[in-house]
Design a protein around this ligand. Structure first.
Ligand SMILES: NC(=O)c1ccc[n+]([C@@H]2O[C@H](COP(=O)([O-])OP(=O)(O)OC[C@H]3O[C@@H](n4cnc5c(N)ncnc54)[C@H](OP(=O)(O)O)[C@@H]3O)[C@@H](O)[C@H]2O)c1
Length: 326
């Protein structure tokens, strides 16, 4: 009988998303949560107990050194991704790093170069790219089954409590709407419509010096305009709305995660593709990473290094346009 290969995960930074990701590992075939690391050992011990991990560490470096770990998931605030990923890659560990992978395209490029040099797997945790209905929408656009795209809207907004020291508003922690949530409409637009010919922006900069809200237009040939929005000031539909020549497609609410896809053809025929309901949806990216890791790949063709560098480059352009420099 063939031995099933288990994958031993480690998690660095035990905040909100680390909890959701750890829960979803239960839906990843043969995944084991081997170790977790926090700056606070009590927190790491509690997390270890909750998710039945084997080890709890009070230092990220100790986890990175653990020879029994295959893949490390980095779930710290944006500004630490670069140093945390570098640490893990240097110790020869495969890395799944939360978005944005770095604070700018230079950091992302340096990480990708380091991973290649050390022959270590590295991928940005852009989970949207692995969700079934997002991929169904990509096929709909690419196949031109409903004709060409006439207009495109994508938004991500929620009313956040204004806490100046939180990672959402503190500039030193990479605060602002663009890097945290604007990254999703921008990623979706680059994936579905590809590169724009020009970009215009209009942002509200708050008292901590970060963008609390931003409207971004990606302009394409033949007057096609994508209207993208991110905001920490209001709840928005958080959907992708595409008008085609012969119909409409709506992915949402919460298009960045598992969500329903509704397609309305011009004859009125309506098809709904329901969202998957198992887990929170992080199991798709984790399963993908495991497969590539075991096949000795050092990057994904779905969320490739080039895609992460492209995404970071457009984030740089938008941030420069609105005058937010970290
Ligand atoms: N893919 C997604 O759907 C998704 C969703 C939410 C967030 N994210 C990304 O995941 C990252 C973390 O977001 P989150 O919402 O989980 O944040 P969070 O709840 O604040 O957790 C971040 C963790 O990072 C660690 N950390 C290390 N240095 C820190 C510092 N100086 N200040 C604060 N925390 C520090 C802390 O863990 P220890 O105390 O245990 O060391 C903290 O609990 C962000 O980059 C975000 O973009 C992704």
């Amino acid at each position: 009988m063939q031995q099933v290969k288990q994958t031993r995960w480690g998690i660095i930074g035990l905040g909100n998303i680390a909890n959701t990701f750890a829960s979803d590992l239960a839906f990843v075939p043969n995944a084991i949560l081997h170790a977790v690391a926090s700056r606070d050992l009590n927190k790491a011990e509690a997390f270890k107990t909750t998710y039945a991990a084997n080890k709890a560490y009070s230092s990220y470096e100790t986890l990175a050194k653990d020879p029994d770990i295959d893949i490390i998931y980095i779930a710290t605030p944006h500004v630490f991704h670069f140093e945390n990923a570098k640490l893990c890659i240097t110790y020869g560990k495969a890395v799944l790093c939360e978005k944005p992978m770095g604070m700018n395209a230079n950091q992302v490029t340096e990480l990708c170069d380091l991973a290649k040099k050390n022959k270590v797997f590295l991928m940005e945790a852009m989970w949207t790219a692995f969700l079934p209905n997002f991929n169904r929408l990509m096929e709909l656009v690419d196949s031109e089954k409903l004709g060409k795209v006439i207009s495109f809207k994508a938004d991500f907004g929620f009313k956040a409590d204004f806490i100046p020291t939180s990672r959402l508003f503190d500039k030193n922690l990479g605060g602002g709407s663009i890097l945290d949530i604007g990254i999703y409409p921008i990623f979706a637009c680059l994936s579905l419509l590809k590169k724009p010919t020009s970009i215009t922006t209009n942002a509200i900069i708050g008292q901590t010096g970060v963008d609390e809200s931003c409207i971004i237009n990606f302009n394409y040939p033949k007057s096609l305009k994508a209207e993208l929005k991110s905001t920490l000031l209001e709840n928005t539909p958080t959907e992708i709305y595409i008008q085609f020549e012969q119909g409409v497609a709506i992915l949402g609410p919460n298009f960045y995660g598992p969500s329903d896809l509704k397609v309305i053809e011009s004859d009125g025929n309506e098809i709904i593709y329901p969202k998957n309901t198992q887990g929170s949806g992080y199991q798709f990216e984790a399963t993908h990473v495991q497969e590539l890791f075991h096949n000795k790949n050092i990057e994904s063709s779905v969320m490739s290094h080039a895609k992460s560098i492209e995404l970071a480059t457009y984030l740089d352009i938008v941030l420069q346009e609105i005058g937010v420099i970290y």
